[in-house]
Design a protein around this ligand. Structure first.
Ligand code: PMP
Length: 306
C-alpha cells in the first residue's frame, strides 16, 4: 500500500496537501489549460536512497510545454528540480513515487484564451507502483486518433490533451486490453495512450519520429541511447504502418509510468511468437537496473533525494 502523501508545493510554498485547493471556477479545470509532468522516483532499499529518474529533462519539458501554452512558470529548471527534491524529503518517502508538477491558468474568469491570464504552479508526489500490472501487455489499435500538433500541440504535455488519451485507454480496457496503440490522423502509428512505442524487425528497433504527433518521451530517448550503446542495436525513427505491428518480431511500450513493457499481443495477433523478445527483455532489465541506481555509469540520469 502506498503511504498517503501529506504536502504540496502550491502558490510558492509548501503546504499541507488539504490546503492545496482551487475554485470550481478555475480556468484550467473548465478548459484544460494546464501542462504537467510525470516523474518517477525509485527507492533503493540497499542504499536507503530514493533516486529521481531524469529530473532535469522532465522540468525542461515542463517549461517547453508551458511556453507553447503561454503559461509562465516563475522557476528555472534548477529551481523546479530543487522544489521536487525538497518536497520528497519533506514527505520522507521510502518507496517508489510519482511526482507531478502542474502549471495552469488559475483565473476564475469566463474567457477562452491563453494570454493576459494568471498562472499557478503546484507540485505533489504520491507513492506509486506499476502502471500496467504484470510484466507484459496486451494491446489493441484504438478507434480514436491521436491529437494532431495543429489541433492540440502533441509535444506539449497539456492537461486538456489527456481527454484523447483517456478515451483511448478506457476503450482499450473496457474491451479487455491493457493499453491502446493510437494512430495519427494520417493512419500511421503514433504512440500509446500515455507511452511511446517501439517495434523490432530483423534486429532493428523502429519508433515513430518526433513529427508523428507523439509526446517527446524522455524514456523513448533513453531507450534510443541504451539500444545503441549497450545493446549495439540499430534504431531507426520512421513512420510505422498499422500492419507492421502485426508482423513485428517484438514490440514494447516505454514511458515514465509504463516503464519498459513488452507487448505480447496486438489486435489478437501474437507479437513474434507471443513471448517477450530478447531486445525488450534486455532493455527492461537494463532500465530497471539504471533507475534503481544499480548502474554507476548512468548515475548522471538520477537525482538522489537523501
Ligand atoms: N506519450 C504520452 C502521451 C505520455 O503521456 C507519456 C508519459 N509522460 C509518454 C508518451 C512517455 O513520455 P516519458 O517517457 O517522458 O514519460
Amino acid at each position: 500500500m502506498a503511504t498517503p502523501n501529506r504536502f504540496a508545493f502550491f502558490n510558492g510554498e509548501f503546504v499541507p496537501i488539504e490546503q492545496a485547493q482551487v475554485s470550481v471556477m478555475t480556468h484550467a479545470l473548465n478548459y484544460g489549460t494546464g501542462c504537467f509532468e510525470g516523474i518517477r522516483g525509485y527507492w533503493n532499499a540497499d542504499e536507503q536512497q530514493l533516486y529521481v529518474f531524469q529530473l532535469r529533462p522532465h522540468m525542461e519539458r515542463l517549461r517547453r510545454s508551458a511556453k507553447i501554452l503561454f503559461i509562465d512558470i516563475p522557476y528555472s529548471v534548477d529551481e523546479l528540480s530543487q522544489i521536487a527534491l525538497d518536497l520528497l524529503r519533506r514527505e520522507e518517502f521510502r518507496e517508489d513515487v510519482y511526482i507531478r508538477p502542474l502549471a495552469f491558468k488559475s483565473d476564475t474568469a469566463i474567457a477562452v484564451k491563453l494570454h493576459g491570464m494568471t498562472d499557478a504552479f503546484a507540485l505533489y508526489a504520491v507513492g506509486f507502483g506499476q502502471y500496467i500490472a504484470g510484466s507484459t501487455a496486451r494491446a489493441c489499435v484504438s478507434s480514436w486518433r491521436r491529437i494532431e500538433d495543429n489541433i492540440i500541440p502533441s509535444r506539449a504535455k497539456a492537461s486538456g490533451a489527456y481527454i484523447n488519451s483517456a478515451l483511448a485507454k478506457t476503450e482499450a480496457m473496457l474491451n479487455g486490453y491493457d493499453e491502446a496503440i493510437v494512430l495519427g490522423a494520417d493512419g500511421q502509428v503514433s504512440e500509446a495512450s500515455a507511452a511511446n512505442l517501439f517495434i523490432a524487425r530483423d534486429n532493428v528497433l523502429i519508433t515513430p519520429p518526433l513529427t508523428s504527433d507523439i509526446l517527446e518521451g524522455i524514456t523513448r530517448q533513453a531507450v534510443v541511447e541504451l539500444a545503441r550503446t549497450e545493446l549495439g542495436v540499430k534504431v531507426v525513427e520512421r513512420a510505422i504502418d498499422r500492419t507492421e505491428l502485426y508482423i513485428a518480431d517484438e514490440a514494447f511500450f516505454c514511458g515514465t509510468g509504463v516503464e519498459i513493457k513488452p507487448i505480447v499481443e496486438i489486435d489478437k495477433r501474437p507479437v513474434g511468437n507471443g513471448a517477450v523478445g530478447p531486445i525488450g527483455a534486455q532493455l527492461a532489465q537494463l532500465y530497471s537496473d539504471i533507475v534503481h541506481g544499480r548502474r554507476a555509469s548512468y548515475h548522471e540520469w538520477l537525482a538522489p533525494v537523501y
